[in-house]
Design a binder for this molecule. Structure first.
Ligand code: GRF
Length: 207
């Protein structure tokens, strides 16, 4: 049984996709053991509660220093005994010590086809605004391992999504979630739980 901790900051629709996929059996051999949010009162926490998953709020503002916050986050993950950490709309950069400790055991969902529209400052609606501004015809989503860089780790899965003529950033964001994110994130977790993902020379091999 793969134990998974999910880190969130907001709506939690990707968390919901994981909960549903575990429930329906399309993710096998997996238990979501904890949800950690860096914000209180967010919908993602409601979703965790409804699914009976323990959750914890760890807010930067409650700590004296960035180091103390980082330590609390790492301790919380360690205590959960999670073997895989999923960033599902988690809007903070992870402490380098956490990335190091859980090398190739942290994955993130990003709402574009990396290496397009990614890196520092590309999060949330901004990603879709930039895609529309550039006039690309196809965008999508990427699940990747988290390394010490920003959106730079080994790519696990990607899925393309068409951009339509009259798209706004909001409309596009929704389509990317529905057609790509909510599919490839559960799929990636299932592949990891099945032991089918190997990282070699900075690239993912599917076995
Ligand atoms: C998603 O678009 C995800 O790709 C990005 O943040 C958003 C989170 O949405 N990293 P939700 O909280 O899962 O609904």
């Amino acid at each position: 049984m793969l134990k998974v901790a999910v880190l969130v900051s907001g709506g939690g629709t990707n968390l919901q996709a994981l909960i549903d996929a575990v429930g329906s059996g399309s993710i096998e051999n997996t238990e979501i053991v904890k949800v950690i949010s860096n914000k209180s009162g967010v919908k993602a926490l409601e979703r965790a509660e409804k699914a009976g998953i323990p959750s914890e709020v760890i807010r930067k503002a409650d700590f004296e220093s960035a180091e103390a916050f980082d330590r609390a986050l790492i301790d919380s993950i360690d205590r959960s005994e999670a073997e895989l950490i999923v960033l599902a709309g988690f809007l903070l950069v992870l402490p380098p010590a956490l990335v190091k400790k859980y090398e190739n055991r942290i994955i993130n969902i990003h709402p574009s086809l990396i290496p397009s529209f990614c890196g520092k400052g590309y999060y949330g609606l901004k990603v879709h605004e930039e895609a529309l501004k550039r006039g690309v015809k196809i965008t999508g989503a990427t699940v990747h391992f988290v390394d010490e860089g920003c959106d730079s780790g080994p790519i696990i899965l990607q899925k393309a999504v068409n951009i339509m003529d009259n798209d706004t950033a909001e409309v596009l964001q929704k389509r990317v979630m529905e057609e790509a994110e909510w599919k490839i994130l559960p799929e990636a977790v299932n592949l990891i739980a099945a032991g089918r993902i190997k990282v070699s020379n900075g690239k993912v091999e599917l076995t």
